[in-house]
Every structure is written in structure tokens, then in C-alpha cells.
Design a binder for this molecule. Structure first.
Ligand SMILES: [Zn+2]
Length: 97
């Protein structure tokens, strides 16, 4: 494996629930998936940081700052932003880095 560094972003959080349906709220599922991935990468010895590990409101600007603060802006940094879309339009922001 190359020396990649991983940044995991759990989409939405806090006041921003993301999509919801069938009793599932996107922010909660995103967080579960992200915490699982974070633990797994750590177990495997891969450098990894997570943008949020609790149900926390993060502005788009703050989210990007946290991504950039994790390992800097470099080609060996992989950012994984977890989202569970609703199958149609999603009425929330998404960003590209
Ligand atoms: Zn989403």
C-alpha cells in the first residue's frame, strides 16, 4: 500500500440531518459508517483522521478547514465524504475539494 493518508467526513450532522426516510436519518447513518471506517483504518495502521465523531453541526467552511487541517493539502491525502442519498434530489449542500 502506498503511504496515503485518509480523511473521513461524515456528511451532515447536528442541525443538518440530511436525507431521511424509513426511520433512517442520513446524518446518523453517515456517522456510524464513518466511525466504523475510522476504526478499521486505525486497526490496519493507515493514517486516518475523522472530521466529526459526534452529532455536531459543522458549517461548510469549517468542514473544509478541518479537512485541510487534518494532513494538509497534498496528493497523498484521500478524502472520503460519506453520504446516503435519498434516491432523488437531495436538498442539502455538497461540496467539492
Ligand atoms: Zn448527504
Amino acid at each position: 500500500m502506498n503511504d496515503y493518508k485518509i480523511v473521513i467526513d461524515a456528511g451532515h450532522g447536528g442541525d443538518d440531518p440530511g436525507a431521511s426516510g424509513n426511520g433512517i436519518i442520513e446524518k446518523d447513518l453517515n456517522l456510524k459508517i464513518s466511525n466504523y471506517m475510522y476504526d478499521r483504518f486505525r486497526e490496519l495502521g493507515v493514517p486516518v483522521k475523522i472530521i466529526r465523531s459526534t452529532d455536531e453541526t459543522i458549517s461548510p467552511t469549517e468542514r473544509v478547514n478541518r479537512v485541510l487541517d487534518a494532513f494538509g493539502n497534498s496528493n497523498d491525502v484521500v478524502v472520503i465524504s460519506n453520504h446516503i442519498n435519498a434516491g432523488g434530489a437531495e436538498f442539502s449542500y455538497h461540496y467539492k475539494i
